[in-house]
Design a protein around this ligand. Structure first.
Ligand code: GCU
Length: 623
């Protein structure tokens, strides 16, 4: 239709344009902005130059979730994320002002920073101002070490990401939100426990809430290395193999990996999927072991991007009932550790926390620790790499998770993926644990065996395990612990928890207990122990005393030595830790007291019983 035919309607044109413009605005306003990109994992992000956002953050507790949902306004436009102060032209009262709000430290849980926040579970708003100078041809990510449990982040009022899971690191792309000069970041963190959560509502640890680990801004070139995997070949200990993935990389572009100290370097081409597979000859490599925890500076380059990591090279595998480190049988003399900070208590996050906890384990003669029941901080894993301590790392599928729900599985799998993708280059980590003490039923076994299959896909270089419950058969005078959980068939290494002498039977029952294991696989006694209040003394049969706990350990060590396929042990637990399930006044006072060391660093008698067995290697097969 020719344009001049429209002449009689010319007068209407501006009106039509206006209407169209108005319609689009309404849609824009009515339909919320495109959801921000999902947060990503960046391997070795803690090794990248960063602008730290640690320190004081303004906080506002929001038990009624007012900052997100406002009954009257039926909208979230005036959510507490758009601006620190009242907006010009605001008619109504503005009920919050971060600049006037109190502050707490990040990293850190909120519970142990203010008495009024101790038992608080709910929403907590965080705000921090920062100056920033964006660089051309770069991307900037807000790196969050962990936020327990659900969290949403905005930069300069723009939503940049959402995350679920309290123990894994994630990175939110803020490139489009930051600008030169003054900026502000607002986060809402919700540690409310949910039946369909991972973990679910009931655990035996304190639900510390908040930005519990480091927060920073990292800037990378537009084309950058988001993930890499470098490990020693099981087939040839003189070869390092792996891959590098480049975001924005084009097929045919080159990546390089160099281990200068070993005179080893290799280059490879990126494929269509942005990944380059590498083989690096490293004839002179010193293999990583607890005795020689050798770490190499490794530089990974792709285009304008490069990262310098510190990696140890070792292999881990099973052969029958043996666990082989660098091809040699090893016995794991260990202990379980919660990420509870020594002395100050609260969620552990610092190098000092890690060195104190792992230092006690080393002092005890341990070569291995079970980091329970959730992914621990990269600071802990870096310390384990440095100190030569082998690690069992665990996904927080704990007790009665709702196994039948696909969305619960998706959440658990996502946390597992984030854990593995973040921590895959730690020589210390030898075991990925899928779960702890889960009820034996088909939905659960399907759920956890699927997680195990996913873990093997993500990382075929490590061993898969889980802490299983065992049942007891009475036969005359003796008692038999039976390990026949159907989940065992999907695992490389069996973990079993038992509390002979505490929750069941008597300390000496261990002397007449045998073990019947349905799988020809290595077994780790992943938990055993007893509560004792440091400094409380009595007879070997007086519960809660140090003597009772030591008595339990003596009988346990005897029993453990009679289990033919035992290849490791990690008694519960290195240090007393907070748990709302433990209110016994004067003894527990909201702490699980099964520590071999009190939360104030007092070593209990059982610490020395175990230390003697570990240093004299009187428990476990000689390795
Ligand atoms: C359980 C559980 C731990 C708990 C411990 C205990 O087995 O795995 O998380 O703290 O036993 O009861 O002390």
């Amino acid at each position: 239709m020719k344009l001049f035919a429209l002449r009689p309607f010319a007068a209407l044109i501006p009106l039509v344009v206006l209407l169209v413009a108005h319609a689009t605005l309404a849609i824009a306003q009515s339909s919320p902005a495109a959801p921000p990109a999902a947060p990503i994992v960046i391997t070795g992000a803690d090794k990248r130059p960063a602008l730290s956002l640690n320190g004081d953050w303004h906080v506002i507790p929001d038990p009624y979730q007012t900052g997100l949902y406002d009954f009257h306004k039926h909208e979230i436009a005036r959510g507490w994320f758009v601006n620190q102060k009242a907006k010009p032209g605001d008619t109504g009262p503005v009920d919050y002002d971060f600049s006037k709000a109190e502050t707490i430290k990040v990293p850190g849980d909120w519970n142990t920073q203010k008495p009024e926040f101790f038992w608080y579970e709910g929403l907590m708003w965080y705000e921090k101002d920062f100056d920033f100078e964006p660089k051309a041809h770069t991307r900037t990510f807000l790196r969050v070490g962990a936020a327990n449990y659900k969290s949403i982040f905005w930069v300069n009022g723009q939503k940049v990401c959402e995350h679920v899971g309290g123990f894994t690191a994630f990175n939110c792309d803020v490139t489009a939100a930051v600008h030169a000069g003054g900026n502000f970041v607002i986060a809402v963190v919700d540690n409310t426990r949910h039946e369909d959560g991972v973990p679910t509502t009931q655990t035996d640890w304190f639900n510390y809430g908040g930005l519990t680990r480091e927060v920073s801004l990292i800037t990378v070139p537009e084309t950058f290395i988001d993930q890499y995997d470098l490990h020693l070949s099981r087939a040839d200990h003189r070869r390092v193999e792996g891959w590098v993935h480049v975001v924005g990389g084009h097929a045919g572009e080159t990546v390089s990996v160099e281990i200068s100290e070993a005179g080893a370097k290799s280059e490879a081409k990126i494929g269509e999927d942005g990944r380059a597979a590498l083989q690096i000859g490293g004839p002179g490599l010193t293999l990583w072991t607890p005795e020689t925890p050798k770490l190499y500076k490794v530089s990974v380059k792709a285009g304008a991007d490069s990262i310098e990591d510190e990696i140890g090279f070792r292999t881990i595998e099973v052969r029958g009932t043996e666990i082989l480190l660098n091809g040699k049988p090893i016995f794991l003399r260990g202990v379980c550790i919660h990420a509870e900070a020594p002395y100050r208590t609260g969620r552990a996050y610092s190098d000092k926390d890690a060195e104190t906890l792992l230092g006690w384990a080393k002092e005890m003669g341990a070569n291995y620790v079970r980091l329970a029941h959730y992914p621990h901080d990269e600071t802990m894993l870096r310390a384990a790499d440095r100190m030569g301590i082998l690690v069992w790392a665990e996904n927080p599928v704990y007790w009665a998770v709702q196994f039948e729900k696909p969305e619960v599985y998706a959440n658990a799998e996502n946390q597992l993926r984030e854990e593995i993708e973040t921590s895959r280059n730690h020589a210390a980590i030898i075991l990925w644990s899928m779960a702890n003490e889960t009820p034996i039923n088909d939905a659960r076994t399907k759920f956890i065996s699927s997680l195990a299959a996913r873990a093997r896909e993500l990382d075929p270089t490590r061993l898969i395990t889980a802490a299983l419950l065992v049942h007891t058969d009475k036969n005359g005078e003796r008692s038999t612990k039976v390990v026949d959980d159907p989940l065992g068939q999907y695992l490389d290494v069996l973990g079993t928890n038992e509390y002979i002498g505490w929750y069941e039977q008597h300390p000496e029952t261990a002397d007449i207990t045998d073990w019947k294991i349905s799988y020809n696989k290595p077994l780790i006694m992943s938990e055993f122990g007893a509560d004792a209040k440091a400094g409380l003394h009595g007879g070997p049969n007086d519960r809660w005393t140090e003597e009772y706990q030591a008595n339990v350990f003596r009988h346990q060590l005897g029993m453990l030595n009679r289990i033919g396929q035992l290849r490791g042990m990690s008694p519960w637990v290195l240090m007393d830790f907070r748990s709302p399930r433990r209110p016994l006044a004067g003894i527990q006072d909201d702490f699980n007291r099964k520590g071999l060391v009190s939360d104030q660093g007092v070593k209990k008698q059982a610490f020395f019983v175990l230390q003697k067995a570990y240093t004299e290697k009187t428990v476990g097969k000689a390795d």
